[in-house]
Design a protein around this ligand. Structure first.
Ligand SMILES: Cc1cc2nc3c(=O)[nH]c(=O)nc-3n(C[C@H](O)[C@H](O)[C@H](O)COP(=O)(O)O)c2cc1C
Length: 169
């Protein structure tokens, strides 16, 4: 059984799904599995010791709508012993006042924030405001595949190396 469950919200052929699959590849398919939240349940969460949760920002700073139901199930799970890492997609040029806010919403809803690892620097981005920014860091990996696609792969690679260490793997 895989130890790491990567849960994403969005279309299976969207950018968020693409990032989820790249993260899986880098952890290794024997260690990590990918799940679309639209057909995931509490049992799927509880099977994994490590959770990687991802969404694009939608509406004005919302999570993908498929997360709305799943987040309620997720927060009812016993997450005390889970280690968690987050990733978010967004567009810093068109939405500079709500950049990757979907990731900020997931973080805000999590009960055990001390279990969240994988914080990253905001330095290589330009935006005015993000609910995913805490003390000059993002609460996870921020991907802007719309306006900085050339940085996507490098950002994912560096982040997976960091998260592996922080997960103790
Ligand atoms: C209607 C709409 C609203 C969006 N709202 C935001 C937003 O508030 N903040 C942000 O950073 N990006 C926003 N975006 C950009 C998306 O998050 C970005 O394009 C993302 O890569 C889409 O991922 P997907 O292909 O998995 O859906 C929005 C895009 C659309 C079409």
């Amino acid at each position: 059984m895989s130890h790491i469950g990567i849960f994403f919200g969005g279309k299976d052929n969207g950018s968020t799904a693409k990032v989820a699959r790249r993260i899986q590849e880098l952890f290794g398919k024997d260690l990590a599995s990918v799940h679309n939240v639209s057909n995931s349940k509490k049992e799927d969460v509880m099977k994994h010791d490590f959770l990687v949760l991802g969404t694009a920002a939608w509406g004005i700073g919302e999570m993908h709508s498929d997360w709305e139901n799943f987040i309620d199930e997720l927060v009812e799970c016993d997450l005390v012993k889970k280690r968690i890492a987050l990733f978010g997609l967004g567009d810093q040029i068109v939405y500079p006042e709500s950049f990757v806010d979907g990731m900020g919403t997931i973080f805000c809803r999590l009960p055990h924030k001390e279990n969240v690892v994988g914080f990253t620097s905001t330095r290589s981005y330009k935006f005015y405001y993000s609910t995913a920014e805490k003390e000059e860091q993002f609460v996870g990996l921020a991907i802007d595949d719309d306006t900085q696609p050339e940085l996507t792969n490098e950002r994912i690679i560096n982040w997976v190396i960091q998260v592996k260490k922080e997960f103790g793997l």
